[in-house]
Design a protein around this ligand. Structure first.
Ligand code: NAD
Length: 494
């Protein structure tokens, strides 16, 4: 049977890598199971590819990079336009694949695919964005010119929670800037990334070997980090892995952007519009079952005791009304988490908080569902200060309530986190919103917006332990990251 990105027969098969423009069987001895979180159905076996597989992809990418950088920026932009077109034509198919493989609702998956397509649209401006600088006459007959050249071979290592959008945070910009690309998708849900690579290679606008795919887990990541033929690493995942990736890539002389985990707070002021606040908090805390790096996992209730209680009651009542179920069911608000292991870990964290004195005001630890991954909205109150569930990312549908007498106290509590990905305020006061956006230590701020995800023309701007490296994904940062600056000083006899 000819390999494809997604198994097409009922007989589950082991996925192939895509190297040098063709499907290539991995040399892996072992595989991992990839299952539908809603049903537990085995979708595919993911090969744990080896150093030899990584090397084959890097060799193919290096050869293609040399040819691709000679293609004009206009032609490269047109190729990315074609990529945008094929993704748009397969929007619904990709969204359904995201839902089957990762679990999120179809609405969320469709929005995710849309965000990925927007990264292509932003990258199409590359001929404009690549333009350099110059200064004439810095000395007699001497001119200086800055040009941008591609870095070479870019490897992207991506997490499970946005299997379409995050590969597309990197691929279009890297290609438009003149680089070759290797994708190592999450081993937990690799089908969408593989399908995107298949669609791109089917276009006939990118040279063979320009876009490669290597399935696997830690060994593939470390192989890419150690390979001298890889010039730049774009990583997204948990904070611990981001630190590992950044340190190892840097030690090997590579440039790296490693976007890590988060612990995002939502500040609820007493004057917040009740509907905007409640809808925003629900979407942020429980959308995608809390498995977003922008998920608000702490609600800081500001005001008098009475005002805090009123906000708490509204939030708990709204969460209790949410429907938990399969992502393909249109009635579902809260999808399953990605695996039974993740569910067990999140439940253990809630159990521990309860044993340590927290009150479980809404308990979602009931039925695990057919795939063993279902977890309903859970809300914790009275959590002891400094507790793990308050300081670390749980990455599940769990919201923790915290109190503050006023905005200054709320900001101090938010800023105590080691993370700085996103933070949100709900208020009808322009002054409070302004003070918040000025003082909060987070790179993405929402004002009455629960999930403050920047559009692709802006960088995805986490701070503190939410990123290792200086340059973010998307926007002008992508141009900086995927190009090297060369400054040419010329003298010509008059
Ligand atoms: P993860 O760190 O477990 O995995 C991410 C990637 O790293 C995967 O491809 C995996 O194969 C690889 N990996 C994992 N452990 C490794 C190790 N020890 N050595 C080498 N490679 C390793 O992350 P995940 O669970 O897939 O994704 C969820 C995390 O990603 C959350 O922490 C979330 O906040 C974060 N995230 C951050 C952003 C952001 O923009 N900051 C966006 C999305 C997700």
């Amino acid at each position: 049977m000819t390999p494809t990105a997604v198994p097409t027969s009922t007989a589950v098969r082991t996925l192939s890598n895509h190297v040098g423009g063709a499907w290539a069987a991995s040399t892996a001895a072992d595989t991992l199971d990839d299952r539908d979180p809603a049903t537990g159905e085995l979708l595919a076996r993911v090969p744990l590819s080896t150093a030899a597989d990584v090397d084959a992809a890097v060799v193919a990418a290096r050869a293609a990079a040399t040819r691709w950088r000679a293609v004009s920026p206009l032609q490269r932009a047109r190729a990315v336009m074609a990529l945008r077109g094929v993704l748009d034509a397969h929007r619904d198919e990709l969204a359904e694949l995201v839902t089957r493989d990762m679990g999120k609702t179809l609405g969320d998956a469709t929005a995710e695919v849309g965000r990925g397509i927007e990264s292509c649209e932003a990258a199409i401006a590359m001929p404009h964005l690549l333009k350099g600088e110059n200064l004439e006459g810095v000395a007699t007959g001497v001119d200086v010119e800055l040009v941008r050249q591609p870095v070479g071979v870019v490897a992207a290592i991506t997490p499970f929670n946005f299997p379409a959008m995050i590969p597309l945070w990197f691929m279009p910009y890297a290609l438009a800037a003149g680089n070759a690309f290797i994708l190592k998708p999450s081993e937990q849900d690799p089908l969408t990334g593989a399908r995107i690579v298949e669609l791109a290679n089917g276009l006939d606008v990118f040279p063979a070997g320009l876009i490669n795919l290597v399935h696997g887990a830690h060994d593939v990541v470390n192989g890419l980090l150690d390979h001298p033929g890889v010039d730049a690493i774009s990583f997204v995942g948990s904070a611990k892995t981001a630190r590992h990736v950044a340190q190892r890539a840097t030690a090997n002389g590579k440039r790296v952007q490693a976007l890590g985990g988060a612990k995002n707070s939502m500040v609820v002021m007493p004057d917040a519009d009740p509907d905007l606040m409640t809808g925003g908090v629900m979407g942020s805390a429980f959308g995608a079952a809390g498995q977003r790096c922008l998920a608000g996992s702490t609600a800081v209730l500001v005001g008098t005791k009475g005002e805090q209680e009123a906000a708490r009651d509204r939030i708990v009542a709204a969460a209790a009304r949410l429907t938990t179920g399969a992502g393909l069911d249109p009635a579902t608000d809260v999808c399953p988490v990605v695996s039974p292991q993740q569910r067990d870990r999140i439940v253990a964290d809630v159990d521990r908080a309860e044993a340590d004195g927290a009150t479980v005001v809404l308990d979602g630890r009931g039925d695990a569902g057919p795939g063993g991954c279902t977890l309903a909205p859970t809300i914790l109150d009275d959590v002891p200060e400094g507790h793990h569930v308050l300081t670390e990312e749980l990455f599940g549908p769990v919201l923790t309530l915290v109190r503050a007498a006023d905005l200054d106290e709320a900001i101090a509590k938010v800023n105590a986190s080691r993370y700085g990905n996103a933070s949100v305020i709900f208020t009808e006061s322009g002054g409070a919103a302004r003070a918040y956006r000025y003082g909060v230590e987070a790179g993405m701020v929402g004002v009455n917006v629960g999930v403050a995800a920047p559009i692709a023309w802006f960088p995805f701007s986490g701070w503190k332990d939410s990123i290792d490296g200086d340059l973010h994904a998307n926007g002008r940062d992508a141009v900086e990251f995927y190009t090297r600056k060369k400054v040419v000083t010329s003298r010509w006899a008059a």
